[in-house]
Write a protein that binds this ligand. Sequence first.
Ligand SMILES: Cc1cc2nc3c(=O)[nH]c(=O)nc-3n(C[C@H](O)[C@H](O)[C@H](O)COP(=O)(O)OP(=O)(O)OC[C@H]3O[C@@H](n4cnc5c(N)ncnc54)[C@H](O)[C@@H]3O)c2cc1C
Ligand SMILES: NC(=O)c1ccc[n+]([C@@H]2O[C@H](COP(=O)([O-])OP(=O)(O)OC[C@H]3O[C@@H](n4cnc5c(N)ncnc54)[C@H](O)[C@@H]3O)[C@@H](O)[C@H]2O)c1
Length: 473
Amino acid sequence: MADYDLIIIGTGSGNSLVTEDFADKKVAVVERGTFGGTCLNVGCIPTKMFVYAAEVATTIRDASRFGVDATLDRVRWPDIRDRVFGRIDPISEGGRDYRVNGPNTEAYLGHATFVGEREVEVEITSPGGKHAVGEKVRITGEQIVIATGSRATIPDVIESSGVPFETSDTVMRLAELPRSMAIVGGGVIGAEFAHVFSALGVQVTQVQRGDRLLHRLDAEVGTLFTQQAQQQWDLRLNTQITGATVTQPGADGGGADGGGAGVRLELTQGDPLEVDVVLVATGRRPNSDGMGLEVVGVQTHSDGRVVVDDHGRATADGVWALGDVSAPVQLKHLANHEARVVAHNLVHPEDLQSFVHTNVPAAVFSHPQVATVGLTEEEARAGGHDVTVKMQRYGDTAYGWAMEDTTGVVKLIGDASTGLILGAHFMGPHASTLIQTVIHAMSFAQPAQQVAKEQFWIHPALAEVVENALLGL
Ligand SMILES: Cc1cc2nc3c(=O)[nH]c(=O)nc-3n(C[C@H](O)[C@H](O)[C@H](O)COP(=O)(O)OP(=O)(O)OC[C@H]3O[C@@H](n4cnc5c(N)ncnc54)[C@H](O)[C@@H]3O)c2cc1C
Ligand SMILES: NC(=O)c1ccc[n+]([C@@H]2O[C@H](COP(=O)([O-])OP(=O)(O)OC[C@H]3O[C@@H](n4cnc5c(N)ncnc54)[C@H](O)[C@@H]3O)[C@@H](O)[C@H]2O)c1
């Protein structure tokens, strides 16, 4: 008989698998890092708390446009940082203690490796559990869920150079705000941190190898976003890093603590960059390596994602996977959805639920904010749809006037023959909230005109930009 009914490897979305269905069962939870995973500790939640502080700073700087003169006196980075982690760290610790001392769970605080069929070895790496650091414990489970997430990838030119660098895991805990920062990568993480640090007064240079930021976005909206970014921080497009070296502190010091060394980055074009801090944001790879998956026949795709079927089953009996380690996109709401499906399927093998991977929305909490769902215009045209497009400016609605907005847009892509919405791409204030109406319409296959006309829209709320976009589609 197995030691456990269920072993969960990874405590991000994996931690939520312990539902009431497991109340009379034995569950082992394995975690090698900080309890609670990426989103809570180093991802969605802290980044958005920093973004909020950055928005406050930006609002103060912009205030005079409204006839309100204000100056930004000072940014107290340690207070901003400690507000964030003062709230988050206790949640993580509480979650860990609950699993360590929980009624039917046992927490193993270490790295899990498959060593045999339904058998895992955990090398204990952290204190706080029932086993000593360095101990190796073997456990067996009737069912095992791989929910090990993903980690930042580092380009070889930086990693092999030996220069110090930050990732999203570390940059939010800097001791002090640096004077200058190079952000390598033009994706979501780069766009969010460029906003945070530039708004807080850091001289940011973002290096992107492509010709625009957020390359997965609808091209038109991505280009508009790139233009907005260029007005806020130094952006080097079509540029790659070719070398990195440590620079010695000058007379006035350098480095994040004002007295340390900095980094010099050689670029494929333009002058080299000399900065206090380098933040690498060049994508994340699934944590499927180094855990013996090959030993038990759990297959992976070429990009490292664990192969799963629609129900979350991996290619070995009794093994499941969910979230960043296997999902097509790395988003917390998707990982949570997959965890709900797998939680059901673990106890209802005769009534399996399926993952839904259509109309998965995403937002980029930069400045401006971006939110997106469904097809880009390019994808809709390539897919042979009877494409119709409406671009609605925030500035053409009453609330847009109140906000003096000149750049916000709602772009809707529809199918003229069915009246259904195929995609939506918002850029501007509250984009991540405003788009929810369209996500709802697409999820329930409601035609655009019905959504626009068969409900009231509060006047003169910002949501009228959505109403007008739908009416115009
Ligand atoms: C900076 C940043 C900002 C983000 N912002 C957003 C956002 O605003 N909205 C959004 O939807 N998504 C966001 N994401 C993505 C989101 O955080 C992830 O999609 C989500 O957290 C994935 O959850 P998960 O449960 O799959 O993995 P994780 O939360 O990463 O959990 C995996 C856990 O497994 C542990 N682990 C790994 N291997 C082993 C092993 N062999 N043994 C034991 N333990 C192991 C890890 O330590 C980790 O704690 C962001 C990500 C980052 C990095
Ligand atoms: N708000 C959110 O929902 C949110 C926020 C942050 C992160 N995330 C998730 O985390 C994932 C990872 O974010 P990310 O920004 O690291 O990845 P990304 O895939 O969004 O962007 C990676 C960027 O790095 C560049 N790049 C890749 N390899 C490079 C190399 N060798 N040299 C130079 N540039 C290189 C790419 O061209 C791209 O611009 C996102 O895809 C997203 O799923 C989500």
